[in-house]
Design a protein around this ligand. Structure first.
Ligand code: SAM
Length: 223
């Protein structure tokens, strides 16, 4: 958990919360977490002043931090409870992992670009998020060692639902949220495992950078 919040951008965080509410985010735990975390510290200095815009911003290695509404929407859609085990695929800046940690979840996160992971780890240390467990590599096949997970959140767009991830869900109510579609546009899929039976709910469309890996796109990402 974050112990010493910076005073900078505190008005922007209040506005961010109001904006998210106006867009239909009602989960108080999500609003509390995003109203507390200094998003500017998950960006390079030259983008920090834009931290509270509702836009995706570059974080290096051709990747982006997702826009705040997308983070809030995905986190709310998982209906998380404190203490749940959550796996994130695509650590990126580390912001989404910090949101999950602030919500009291036990967080595991995987990033394929080592420099991004190293930067995210520095942020976790600086902000006191010492319980986040992370590794570099291809997360499209999950993290079998720590499975099963109560929730898995994929923050990159996949061509199909990665089957291995569905197998790493808790059979008693595990949820997998993954954007699925083309390289240009994806629909959010919410896959649930209830008593060992999978169901799929289709949610709105979003646009993500590609999930690159064995159960993702077999390619290098575009710039
Ligand atoms: N959640 C991130 C945040 O809060 O900043 C933003 C994620 S960014 C939209 C998607 C991330 O997924 C990129 O950093 C990308 O390198 C990563 N990625 C893509 N394919 C991956 C894979 N197979 N395994 C792990 N990470 C992957």
């Amino acid at each position: 958990m974050l112990h010493s919040a910076t005073n900078n951008f505190s008005h922007e965080r209040v506005h961010l919360r109001e904006f998210l509410r106006s867009r239909g985010i009602t989960d108080e735990a999500v609003l509390r977490a995003m109203g507390k975390i200094p998003r500017e510290q998950f960006l390079e200095k030259n983008f920090a002043r834009r931290a509270y815009e509702d836009s995706a911003l570059p974080i290096g290695s051709g990747q982006t931090i997702s826009q705040p509404f997308t983070v809030a929407y995905m986190t709310q859609a998982l209906h998380l409870q404190p203490g749940e085990k959550v796996l994130e695929i695509g650590t990126g800046s580390g912001y989404q992992a910090a949101v999950l940690e602030e919500m009291g979840c036990k967080v595991f996160t995987i990033e394929r670009h080592l420099p991004l992971l190293q930067n995210a780890r520095k942020r976790f240390d600086a902000l006191g998020y010492h319980d986040i467990i992370s590794r570099s590599g291809d997360g499209s096949r999950g993290w079998a060692e720590y499975a099963p997970f109560d929730a898995i959140i994929v923050t990159a767009g996949a061509p199909d639902v990665p089957e291995t991830l569905t197998k790493q869900l808790n059979p008693n109510g595990g949820r997998l949220l993954v954007p699925v579609g083309s390289l240009d546009i994806q629909r959010m899929y919410l896959v649930k495992n209830e008593q060992g039976k999978l169901s799929v709910e289709e949610l709105p469309e979003f646009k993500f950078v590609p999930l690159v890996g064995k159960e993702g796109w077999a390619m290098e990402e575009r710039g």
